[in-house]
Design a protein around this ligand. Structure first.
Ligand code: NAD
Length: 451
């Protein structure tokens, strides 16, 4: 146990979106006093009322417990938040820049400047956002110019690996804590902050700043590559009449390969993997590291092609044209257990079919508000049964349990035609669907004669 007997540092969390709100609540759960700060006053007001403005299992309970106890609070006043804390976690967004593959660093720079301007004592700035390699060194130089020289301010990097949908447990019990560029004194503080997860088995890995930045982006690049690999194999399976699901089960047994992230289907989306691999391509090009650029270019392209393959399956299920056809789209979130629709493959496919003249009816158990906000042109309904009513084809595009385990008999009575495209290869029991007359198609599922 590395926890020092000294006083616990007070923590600020700058940027309270998916990452920051979760981090703030989890740090309060670990016993720290935490102040979250954000430029979005409406978000801050919701959080301070104990309300999480997005869907994340377990987070509302954790948040309201600690807001009520007073250990966790939120403000849009930077002077108050920064002035009160010893350690500042930088958790703002790094989205893809418009018209470029590069990450937009304006939020990171602005948040760092706000920290620097409002310091009232020595501090540690802990970068958690996913950033292009080299950012942390640049921010160190920026801090040296902007922060009051009366205070000792150290910047280190601590990339975040949480998964939406499991963000709370990933933050309370991470596999690893990566700390880049910390002095011995800052390292001791980080060991105190992460003392509980490390005592419970998380690996504490120290490295330099560029390594810490690259640990995050190369982990995402590897996961994206794994998904595009199995999707490329699924195309081969379709051509050869093989079954990619059985294949993935069989190759995934090998510990060198592993079964995780080996599900063929509509591919990856969301607010992280697509923009992170593109930012990595952009930065690698700047640095002249061309091999990773070539690899990720193909990974990205294969991933985007999956959406077209699912559109093609929908078109052929409708005998060649979707014009005027009624299509049930089950799923809007980019994956289950989240309401995040940023770069959602499901909504991309729904929008493409809508543009081809189909009557698309979209339902998602959690992401309806977010979907309506980002894709207002689509038609949304309030249940699975409403979505499938009179449908010419049903598309399962997000693998929510209620879609995986839907009742083929009950739904069969509502649709116009018993045709389903399983865009995630996720139906729990496709044989049960076929047994009651459904035609099921998917990616790499093989094509039994007559199907
Ligand atoms: P998000 O868009 O949900 O949240 C970003 C927040 O930063 C917003 O609330 C925004 O208002 C706030 N913000 C912007 N400028 C600010 C400023 N100057 N000062 C204070 N707050 C400001 O994004 P997110 O999903 O939480 O991602 C944040 C970062 O974490 C990104 O770099 C992302 O790549 C990384 N990350 C995200 C996840 C994830 O699953 N969402 C996982 C690991 C890493």
């Amino acid at each position: 146990d590395h926890r020092s007997p000294g006083a616990r540092p007070v923590l600020s969390v700058v940027g309270t979106g998916y990452l920051g709100a979760t981090h703030a609540a989890a740090m309060a759960e670990l016993g720290f006093t935490v102040i979250g700060v954000d430029v979005d006053a409406a978000k801050i007001a919701a959080l301070q009322n104990g309300k999480v403005p997005f869907f994340e299992p377990g987070l509302p309970e954790l948040l309201s417990t600690h807001v009520e106890s007073g250990r966790l609070r939120f403000t849009d006043d930077f002077a108050e938040a920064i002035g009160a804390a010893d350690v500042h976690f930088l958790c703002v967004g790094t989205p893809q820049r418009r018209g470029s593959n590069a990450a937009d660093m304006t939020y990171v720079d602005a948040a760092l400047d706000a920290i620097a301007r409002n310091l009232t004592k020595d501090a540690i700035v802990v970068g958690k956002s996913t950033v292009p390699v080299g950012t942390a060194r640049r921010l160190q130089e920026r801090l040296a110019v902007t922060a009051d020289p009366a205070f000792q301010v150290e910047l280190l990097w601590n990339p975040e690996f949480l998964r939406e949908g499991r963000a709370v447990q990933d933050t309370l019990r991470p596999d690893r804590v990566v700390i880049g560029g910390a002095s011995p004194a800052a390292d001791a503080v980080m060991r105190q902050v992460y003392g509980t997860p490390v005592a419970e088995g998380a690996q504490y890995i120290t490295c330099d700043l560029p390594t810490a930045e690259l640990v995050k982006t190369s982990a995402n690049a590897f996961l994206a590559t794994k998904i595009s690999f199995i999707n490329a194999v699924s195309e081969l399976c379709d051509a050869a009449g093989a079954d990619v699901k059985r294949l993935a089960d069989a190759i995934g047994v090998d510990a060198r390969i592993g079964r995780g992230f080996l599900n063929a289907g509509l591919g990856f989306g969301g607010g992280c993997l697509p923009k992170d691999i593109r930012a990595l391509m952009h930065r690698s090009t700047e640095l002249g590291a061309d091999s990773i650029v070539r690899l990720l270019h193909d990974v990205d392209e294969i991933n985007m092609l999956q959406r077209q393959r699912v559109i093609d399956l929908a078109v052929s299920a409708c005998d060649g044209s979707v014009l005027g056809r009624r299509i049930a789209v089950l799923g809007a979130a980019f994956k289950p257990d989240t309401d995040d629709v940023r770069d959602s493959p499901a909504l991309n496919v729904a929008a493409a079919l809508h543009l081809r003249g189909a009557q698309v009816q979209v339902f998602d158990p959690e992401a309806m508000d977010a979907a309506r906000h980002y894709f207002p042109a689509l038609h949304y309904v309030s249940s699975t049964t409403e979505a499938v009513e009179n449908a010419d084809v049903v598309l399962v595009l997000t693998e929510w349990p209620e879609f995986r385990d839907a009742d083929p008999v009950a739904l069969g009575e509502l649709v116009a035609h018993r045709r389903l495209v399983d865009g995630r290869n996720c139906l729990s029991d496709p044989a049960a669907w076929r047994a009651v007359g459904w035609t099921i198609t998917g990616l790499g599922l093989g094509r039994p004669a007559g199907d």
